[in-house]
Design a protein around this ligand. Structure first.
Ligand code: SAH
Length: 363
């Protein structure tokens, strides 16, 4: 099959997409990346948007089998930043020209937590209003499964984007990853509630999970399309030694390369099928390859999330092993990200929220 044919929607069948995901011929990969890049340029332009990633707490009530900050991991030292610390990070991001921040944490649903997040969002919005950002910095939340009322409240506080990965759309695999958590349907309902509240909605999956097939991954892409998702953040699964899944994981020498390639092909295919969404080149890609994120940009991604979490707590927010930039300061991550984007010939768009064009098309 010719990569060009994929541009024709009628050719985007499960069989054709699986064929592309499984094709490891270097020439084919090059063509796939070029095709994804041309789709990106046509629908979104070549600009790259930055979101400062603030991991503000690793306290979590969930027990996801793959995740290093799961409730049962007694080896994780728990922390929560104060409101002032979080707001300072966001103010710093605004001064750097990042138009947006992402507030990410472990999951809690108690009233105290929700109230705290709402007050943090309000304070960030108030403190970052400027000539270039008349409505303050853009705030994306990533704080897990909440009720519609909570989503509404956080939206009213000023957050306008929300990331909630579906992790996998295969219900059985989902249950194996989260045996004690609510089922896949609950997450789908959350994504729909987020959309109804008015958020730009982001989701994504982990790639190369044990037991996950190519068909599963292609079904994930079609799910993003059918649910009219605005933003995608996905990356390879990386084991964490103190989780049940990490302990049971059987590594092999070709794993990193295979997972990276699959991750890049997923980005390219998602770009080709969804066209006008924002797609992040995630940190997990960099955990597998020092240039993983740059390669993500070359396969159709247009968002990067430099880590701005204070270095003192970074090591406590380890979802997986080998998290990069553990000892860097935020300023180093900012500079490094900017250089990395320039190296691959792309330009950073500063001082704008960088919303997903898809959101405006669907609303
Ligand atoms: N509690 C929040 C966010 C925290 S985790 C939420 O549920 O949305 C953010 C993402 O990290 C998860 O959605 C998951 O896809 C990813 N993640 C967790 N553990 C991982 C691992 N071992 N390897 C790769 N990605 C992982």
């Amino acid at each position: 099959m010719d990569v060009d044919e994929l541009l024709d929607e009628s050719k985007q069948s499960v069989d054709n997409l699986v064929y592309c995901l499984e094709n490891d011929d270097p020439e084919f990969l090059k063509l796939l990346a070029e095709t994804a890049s041309s789709v990106l340029e046509e629908h979104c332009g070549k600009g790259v948007y930055l979101r400062g990633l603030i991991e503000f707490s690793n306290v979590c009530v969930r027990d996801c089998l793959y995740c290093g900050i799961r409730r049962s991991n007694s080896e994780a030292t728990r922390f929560s930043l104060t409101k002032e610390e979080i707001v300072d990070c966001a103010v710093w991001c605004a001064a750097q020209g990042f138009g947006s921040v992402v507030l990410q944490s472990g999951e809690r649903t108690d009233e105290k937590f929700v109230d705290f997040v709402a007050r943090v969002v309000e304070a960030i919005k108030a403190r970052t209003v400027s000539d270039v950002l008349p409505q303050g910095i853009g705030v994306t939340l990533c704080v897990g499964e909440q009720s519609r009322e909570v989503y509404q409240r956080l939206f009213e506080a000023g957050a306008h984007r929300y990331l909630l990965r579906i992790e996998t759309t295969n219900p059985e695999l989902y249950r194996n990853l989260h045996p004690e958590e609510p089922p896949l349907n609950n997450r789908i309902d959350c994504l729909r509630a987020l959309k109804e509240v008015g958020y730009q909605v982001g989701t994504g999956v982990m790639i190369d999970l044990p037991g996950q097939t190519s068909e599963d991954l292609i079904a994930d892409i079609l799910f993003f399309r059918d649910e009219d998702i605005d933003m995608i953040g996905m990356g390879p699964y990386i084991p964490h030694y103190s989780t049940p899944m990490g302990k049971a994981f059987r590594d092999d020498s070709s794993r990193a390369e295979r997972a990276l390639k699959k991750g890049l092909k997923m980005i390219a295919l998602t770009r080709i099928v969804l066209r006008d969404v924002n797609i992040a080149a995630t940190t997990a890609l960099q955990a597998l390859d020092p240039f993983g994120r740059e390669k993500g940009l070359q396969c159709g991604a247009n968002v990067m999330m430099p880590l701005v979490t204070p270095p003192s707590v970074r090591k406590n927010y380890q979802l997986y092993e080998g998290k990069p930039c553990l000892d860097d300061a935020a300023s180093q991550c900012s500079l490094c990200t900017k250089k990395r984007i320039e190296i691959v010939g792309r330009n950073i768009v500063e001082n704008v929220w960088g919303d997903s064009p898809h959101y405006f098309r669907r609303t």
